[in-house]
Design a protein around this ligand. Structure first.
Ligand code: ZN
Length: 298
């Protein structure tokens, strides 16, 4: 079972439901240094105090924030608990916003929310209503010594929560000179046609890290003493005539040229299982060939 990262109540007006949160993905955060309570020295792994010249127990650790070089202000666990806002235990829904209005730029880490037995019905009610109305819930949540603003939204299997960046954490984008360029109707029409021809339902399962797959295949090939061949790289010509490029792209889309086949997972499996020697070696990147080629050949 997944590790619970937060446990408490999600409240919605006077309705309260006990929930648990599980990480769906995770980001980085600042942490405290660990000091010896007795002399405030920075501890090393294993927890050893270089000033007291002895190993230190967990119970002897105190949290310190380094405000100047070698200068710390101290915090005990009790003090840390004392300043916890109400959102450490209760995630109160403050307002509902249309999900379509939200910029994904604000999303940070993603979590799943599960109801405890006592909260199943309220959870279902809230989720269904949000699904039908297109609303997401904005709430506050204290976790890992930070109070986050979060968005709770209906997911495919239960509710999903995203911690959000505060607006002061979002950087300004570099300006793009979009309004100075004049677009012809014909260019817009062709571009629209090209977009339509590439349109597909969102299916994240079909995207793979081909570099990692090629690496695995390369390892398998090397273990078998096979040569590593180069992957054909696409040739990118600079766009001189936008209209010509659009027309060509559409024509290619209608009659797709035979692309160089990538290594399929099935082939990789064959290489690693050693069932059938592949007719051609795998196709990892050119750089790998340059570095590894000599070794493999020698
Ligand atoms: Zn010490």
């Amino acid at each position: 079972m997944a590790t619970t990262v937060w446990k408490g109540h999600l409240t919605f007006g006077l309705i309260s439901m006990p929930v648990r949160m599980f990480a769906a993905a995770r980001g980085e955060r600042i942490s405290f240094n660990q000091l010896h309570k007795e002399c405030h020295s920075r501890l090393k792994q294993p927890l050893f105090c270089p000033v007291c010249n002895r190993n230190v127990e967990r119970s002897e650790i105190v949290k310190g924030y380094e405000y100047e070089k070698d200068q710390y202000v101290l915090f005990s666990e009790e003090e840390m608990d004392k300043i916890e806002p109400a959102s450490a235990k209760v995630m109160e829904i403050l307002e509902f916003v249309k999900l379509s209005e939200m910029d994904p730029l604000y999303f940070d880490s993603s979590y799943y929310i599960s109801p405890e037995d006592a909260g199943v019905k309220a959870y279902q009610l809230l989720m269904k209503d949000m699904e039908e109305s297109g609303y997401g819930a904005i709430a506050k949540l204290t976790m890992h010594q930070r109070e986050h603003i979060v968005i709770v939204r209906p997911g495919t299997r239960g509710m999903t929560l995203h911690t959000m960046f505060y607006s002061n954490e979002i950087r300004a984008a570099e300006s793009v000179p979009t309004d100075k360029i004049e677009l012809k109707d014909q260019e817009k029409k062709l571009a629209q046609q090209l977009i339509e021809s590439l349109a597909a339902p969102f299916d994240p399962q079909k995207y793979r890290d081909e570099y990692q797959e090629n690496l695995k295949a390369m390892i398998a090939a090397k273990l078998k003493g096979q040569q590593v061949t180069e992957v054909a790289q696409p040739h990118l010509a600079p766009v001189i005539d936008l209209m010509e490029a659009l027309k060509k792209s559409l024509a290619e889309k209608q009659a797709p040229a035979a692309r160089p086949a990538a290594v399929s997972p099935a082939e990789v499996a064959q290489v690693s299982a050693g069932k059938k020697p592949p007719t051609r070696a795998v196709q990892p990147v050119a750089v790998a060939q340059k570095r590894a080629g000599k070794k493999a050949a020698g």
